[in-house]
Design a protein around this ligand. Structure first.
Ligand code: SF4
Length: 90
């Protein structure tokens, strides 16, 4: 019998190489009420980490395909991912 699901380890194995591994998730995810410059500063700090990450491609693809609503993944903010999805729907 064939199954369409991937083994769980293969779905997540790229995370073993993540530059953000062990970091505080508050760098990548917005605290409640965060706005304006504080948000931009946090997102830039997250992008800087992603910029040196060897698995930014798989990370960004995972966030897009699994429709992650929040956080910086693969160097892309949630607003950028929403924008990418809208463009691809046209
Ligand atoms: S691309 Fe960024 S969020 Fe994704 S694993 Fe690497 S450091 Fe973490």
């Amino acid at each position: 019998m064939r199954t369409r699901t991937k083994p769980l380890l293969r779905v997540w194995e790229w995370q073993a190489e993540a530059a953000c591994r062990g970091m505080d998730s508050s760098v990548f995810f917005s605290p409640a009420g965060e706005r304006g410059r504080a948000r931009l500063r946090r997102e830039e700090a997250a992008r800087a980490v992603c910029g040196s990450c060897p698995v930014s491609g798989p990370c960004g693809r995972f966030a897009l395909t699994s429709q992650q609503s929040y956080g910086v993944w693969g160097g892309f903010t949630e607003a950028e991912r929403r924008s990418t999805v809208r463009v691809n729907r046209k």
